[in-house]
Design a protein around this ligand. Structure first.
Ligand SMILES: [Zn+2]
Length: 541
């Protein structure tokens, strides 16, 4: 970046000049004219100079593309996670480091307070073996500990954690959840789905969580750090795919005080739908910074957690995974929310889970539910029957963008190579004319869109293993997932996704032209600066 004039007041005309600008709405250009926070015109810099009475000029050396839009991630969860210990495989590189991180956190928190670690990946940190309560007891005996798996659908507690959560060997599984047990029937510390949500996910818990949420002031600090990470990767918009009341309050307070730089659309967790319905709120309520998108629910477990609901059992087992909402509840929820005309986004990974969701949608549609852009979150494993039914219903799908690359190693073990040809089926879905959006599901996968674009175009795990090569898409299509596709999935294609006149001036300056390098190198392209509404929110040092 060479020069950037200070932000001007309302009514400002700005010329943005770059080496090349991919508007994704036509051929590349070299300049944009902005009026305040929107694109007013695109074209040749000299010609635009003559046409407009400009107040300022921004010149950048790099290549501009529309800002990246992550159609499903968890910024408010990230705000909380960043206040605790990061057990990502990049940090917790092995078992000893994991123990050290947990012990350091135990020393940092007050006596008897929770030690909470997130993004634990047993395949990368503990050699494929899931740690248990005894392991965590040895690491940290005198604080309650919760270590959450990277896929965020299960976690592990130590003995003090089990006690603090009110769990004992005689406890029974909650509806939609499972308490892991050892060979003699005692609790092994692992808690799945609702059993985990009740302990640490205020948005989904049936009562107060045993792990107390951080204070609003602390969470605002966490959110600021989360936004810095996202902006540094070129992200300008995100769907927060699981909001409870605390999260709505966090994001609203950030917006009110000018601290919400990211544009966020919220999916509110289904247990809170009564409140939305009682207030008469509808999808789209809010503004271009923070708005209500719809309602979020779940049918099954996690794809990279190895517990989604599949027709064929996981490789080498007779395990078909977990259904987390029973058929009758799912039917009722789909009928009610879609009947109200509110956007419903349902997490369904496995083919069996997706079929159950489609059954419910078909039934609701037959009974007169109006057409809306309802979404299938993840929609990881498909076949021709599923694809045909999705198309007939006009649903939008939001598959994982980076899982082939990031989780590829463990996916082969869970699903086998053949089934991976039907997973994160970008090629099949796009060819069928189904609207597809790009998503990270961060913290469940890495948030960097450029890494996801490489993943979608290459379909290779980090070690080079092929992960369903038949589902490769072009770099142009992969860009579409994170721009136009994500905008459509949130009902915002009239303001986002391209840099055409009338769209928001959300753009990213890249160090190289992503359309001129091999797909495998896109992941390494530096993000030089990120702009939201014509305002600089990130500049590389
Ligand atoms: Zn998610």
């Amino acid at each position: 970046m060479t020069t950037a004039a200070p932000v001007a007041g309302p009514g400002t005309w700005t010329l943005v000049v770059a080496d090349r600008i991919h508007t994704l709405a036509g051929p590349p250009v070299e300049a944009l004219v902005l009026f305040d926070d929107r694109v007013a015109a695109v074209g040749d810099p000299r010609e635009l100079h003559e046409r407009f009475r400009l107040d300022r000029t921004i010149e950048v050396d790099g290549v501009l593309v529309p800002g990246f839009n992550d159609a499903h991630a968890h910024p408010s969860m990230t705000a909380e996670n960043l206040l605790h210990v990061n057990c990502s495989p990049e940090v917790a590189t092995d078992e000893d480091v994991l123990v050290r991180l947990l012990r350091e956190e135990a020393e940092a928190v007050d006596e008897g307070q929770w030690v909470v670690g997130s993004r634990y990946d047993h395949t990368k940190t503990t050699g494929g073996r899931v740690v248990d309560r005894e392991f965590l007891d040895r690491a940290v005996p005198d604080h309650p500990v919760l270590l959450t798996h990277v896929a965020a659908h299960w976690g592990v507690l130590n003995s003090a954690g089990l006690a603090a959560a009110g769990l004992a060997d005689a406890s029974t599984d909650p509806p939609g959840g499972v308490l892991g047990r050892n060979a003699s029937g005692g609790l092994n510390g692992v808690v799945y789905e609702q059993a985990l949500f009740d302990i640490s996910y205020p948005s989904l818990a049936r009562g107060r969580t045993a792990v107390p949420p951080s204070t609003p002031a602390a969470r605002l600090r966490g959110l600021a750090r989360a936004q810095q990470l996202f902006h540094a990767a070129g992200i300008t918009s995100m769907v927060d795919a699981l909001c409870g009341p605390d999260d709505v309050a966090l994001l609203s307070e950030a917006a009110r005080t000018g601290q919400l730089t990211l544009r966020v659309a919220m999916l509110v967790a289904f247990p809170h739908y009564d409140r939305i319905a009682a207030l008469g709120l509808r999808s789209g309520f809010g503004d271009e910074r923070l708005r209500l998108l719809g309602v979020k629910a779940f049918v099954d477990g996690a794809c990279a957690g190895g517990n989604c609901l599949v027709d064929e059992p996981f490789e080498g087992t007779d395990d078909h995974g977990m259904q987390t909402m029973d058929d009758a509840d799912l039917r009722d929820l789909v009928e009610r929310v879609t009947g109200d005309g509110v956007v419903l986004a349902v997490h369904a990974n496995g083919d069996r889970a997706i079929r159950k969701l489609l059954d419910a949608h078909e039934r609701a549609r037959a009974s007169g539910a109006p057409h809306r852009r309802h979404r299938i979150e993840h929609c990881s494993l498909v076949d021709a029957d599923i694809v045909g039914r999705i198309r007939a219903l006009g649903l939008v799908v939001v598959p994982f963008g980076s899982y082939a690359r990031f989780h590829g190693d463990k996916l082969v073990g869970y699903y086998g190579r053949d089934r991976l040809e039907r997973m994160f089926a970008h090629r099949t879905l796009l060819d069928a004319g189904i609207p597809v959006a790009g998503s990270s599901d961060y913290p469940c996968g890495p948030y960097e869109p450029l890494a996801a674009i490489t993943s979608c175009a290459e379909r290779r795990a980090l070690d080079g293993t092929a992960i369903g090569l038949s589902q490769r898409i072009s770099v142009h299509e992969a860009f579409g997932l994170y721009t136009t596709g994500a905008a459509y999935a949130a009902g915002e294609e009239h303001v986002k996704g391209t840099l055409a006149p009338g769209r928001l001036a959300d753009f990213v300056e890249l160090g190289r032209d992503p359309f001129l390098v091999p797909p495998g190198e896109i992941v390494d392209i530096p993000v030089r600066s990120t702009w939201i509404g014509g305002r600089l929110v990130h500049a590389a040092p």
